[in-house]
Design a protein around this ligand. Sequence first.
Ligand SMILES: [Zn+2]
Length: 248
Amino acid sequence: MRFCEIPGNENIKSRLRTMVDTDRIPHALLIDGPSGAGKMMLARAMAQYIHCEHHTPDGDSCGKCPACLQHQSYNHIDTIFSFPIIKGSRDNPISDDYLPEWRQMLEDSPYMDFQHWMSLIQAGNSQPVIYVSEADSLIHKLSFTAHKAKYKVVIMWLPERLMVESANKLLKLIEEPFHDTIFILVSNDGKNILPTIYSRTQRVVVHRLPDEVIAQQLVATKGIAFNDAMALAHNADGSMLGWDGNQS
Ligand SMILES: [Zn+2]
């Protein structure tokens, strides 16, 4: 994911780009804001920009180097995705158990429709959470140095769904970070993250998208006339998931 592929959010892209360009990337960054505004895409674009070997003159990742190609296939060796899952029949469930579904999710729903995630992992009536076994797995993975890159990046989706015990383990990682590890937390509801974690993050607030940005995307991807797209966008409440009533 390159910054140029993300509609709107220009000021946020600029902030994230500057953090990387000036080598002032916080150890724990929280991208916080309502569902459907493109937060996961911003996190992915930032991770790719961190790892890209040839930035473009206009401040984007190149899209062509080995690191970019790995990112674009959801398979970068120093990027770890962590996200809520259901237990299923496993004793110690970890996010990696659901990597095929996760890659499908990023492909199908870059704006991260939670209902779609529920259906991909066949959650039924279960509420997906981030288990303590996932926190243990992260600690284990992060104890190794980065394979190729200067930084390992953990992109955690919905840290508000960390179980308390998981959050306490993660807290230790955030308090005493490995020098080469960056956490990017992507939250729909930052106020519900454990306060001890929340207070240790640098927060970037993403706002609801303007109607024009949603409408332009509908014109580009659905072939809808601009005036009709504006009417749909007006009802979407600033969410790219909201225009057809699929708000999650
Ligand atoms: Zn690149």
